[in-house]
Structure formats: C-alpha cells, structure tokens
Design a protein around this ligand. Structure first.
Ligand code: APR
Length: 226
C-alpha cells in the first residue's frame, strides 16, 4: 500500500526534544517564532546560531524512540514516503533511509550569500567563512518562518498517489504541512492522526488515535502488517 507519513515535533518528544507549542516551547525567554526567522538572523546572527547550536547539541544526545523505529519497519512492508517537519536526525538514526526534511535539518549548513551547502559543524558562528565563496554568511540549513519549505514537488506528487495518509505528533498549525490531510482526503486517501491532543486540523482526519507516539505508532504499524 502507498502510504505517506508526516511527522512533527511530537514524535521526538519522548526522546527528550521539546515541542514548539507546548508550555515549554520557549528558548532563553525567546519565542521560537522570534528566533527562527530571516529577520531574526539579520538582526542578531549570533543569537540565532546560539539557538541552533543548542538544538544541534540536544538532538545529538537524544535517542530515537519506538515510534521512529516502527516507521523504519513500516518501510519494509509498504511503499512509504516519510516526510518530517523535524530538523533532528532521529528518523535516520531509528533506521529510516529516505527521510524528506521539508523544514531542513540541523545537520546542514547553508551559505546565505552563494547558496553552497555542507555538513554543519557542531557549533556554527556568524564569523564562519563559507567553504565556497568565503563570505561570513553561513546559516543553519533550516527553513524559517516566511521561507519556502523544501522538496514540495516530491511531497505533493506522493500525496497524489497516497492511499493512506498519517500525521504523527504535529499540531496542524503550520502550512503547507497542515493542509496535507485535506488534500490527501480529497484525492481519496484514508487519513489518520496520531497525537497526544487533537490537532487544530483534526476534522481533516477520518480516524484519530490518541496517546504517546512511542505506543500508538508501533501498534498502528503492527496493525498494517496484519
Ligand atoms: N506523542 C504524540 N504526540 C505528541 C507527543 C507525544 N509524546 N507530545 C506532544 N505531541 C503532540 C502535541 O499534542 C502537538 O500536537 O505533538 C504536536 C507538537 O506540535 P508543535 O509543537 O506545534 O510541533 P509541530 O507541529 O511539529 O510544529 C510544526 O512549526 O515551529 C514550526 O518549523 C516548526 O516544524 C515546526 C512546525
């Protein structure tokens, strides 16, 4: 079966990585919305690099949980397209091979001057020179608010083909990801949501499986093997 799975911060919550819109969604008294933007980077690149250096370190010391591992299993039994809004690498370390990071990844660095990409060092500084053009314009290769998510053509094409669409651990607040369920349902896919609390777009899903992802996702994957 052709399945498209979209994951959000909730799938990594039990690995110890905080979500964005829970009560603890602040960082050093900054709202994420005030740090993860091109304007914030232009205003204070050192602050933005500090924010992502801290997230890179935290993500590096986190471990994938049973939900990440179950999705890696799912790819062995079905034609799975795995799309994540997360910038950590827990899907990859949980065994998933082809992960579409639509909001970029902490493991990537980008030159804001020439567009060159390279593997991000553990700590990035505003003074780091771009390995290609030498400009001190390096940034995390993360899609910030107001920027265009990555790999959208591939995602829309996979949504058109999906027979089953599952959203796991995402609040359904940020578009275009929040519109995927409605689009898939319109094309005849069955839509299921796995979440701790119902997402803002819960009505777009025919089925909702409440609970922590480390329990609901392995059970859901097992049910698909049957
Ligand atoms: N198991 C399942 N779901 C969980 C768990 C858990 N253990 N813990 C939290 N959740 C759910 C919450 O109920 C919420 O619906 O995960 C969701 C997290 O929502 P957000 O914090 O809004 O994260 P996300 O939906 O991934 O945000 C989307 O917004 O800030 C931007 O670019 C950022 O990619 C991010 C995007």
């Amino acid at each position: 079966m052709r399945i498209l799975v979209l994951t959000g911060a909730g799938i990594s919550a039990e690995s110890g990585l905080s979500t964005f819109r829970a009560a603890d969604g602040l960082w050093e008294r900054h709202r994420v919305e005030d740090v993860a933007t091109p304007e914030a980077f232009a205003r204070d690149p050192a602050l933005v690099h500090r924010f992502y250096n801290a997230r890179r370190e935290k993500a590096g010391s986190a471990q994938p949980n049973a939900a990440h591992r179950a999705l890696a299993e799912l790819a062995h039994a079905h034609d799975l397209t795995l799309v994540t809004q997360n910038v950590d690498d827990l899907h990859e370390r949980g065994g998933s091979g082809d992960v579409i990071h639509m909001h970029g990844a902490l493991s990537g660095a980008l030159c804001a001057a020439c567009g060159q990409r390279w593997p991000a060092p553990a700590v990035m500084l505003p003074s780091d020179p771009c390995p290609a053009c030498g400009a001190a314009a390096t940034r995390p290769d993360i899609v910030w608010f107001g920027e265009i998510p990555y790999h959208m053509e591939r995602i829309w094409a996979a949504l058109e083909q999906a027979e089953l669409f599952a959203a796991i651990g995402t609040s359904g607040v940020v578009y275009p990801a929040a519109g995927f369920a409605q689009h898939a349902a319109r094309l005849g896919a069955e839509c299921v949501e796995m979440n701790l609390d119902p997402a803002v777009n819960a009505r777009d899903f025919r089925r909702s499986i409440p609970g922590p992802a480390s329990q609901t996702v392995p059970a859901w994957v097992a049910s698909l093997k049957g």
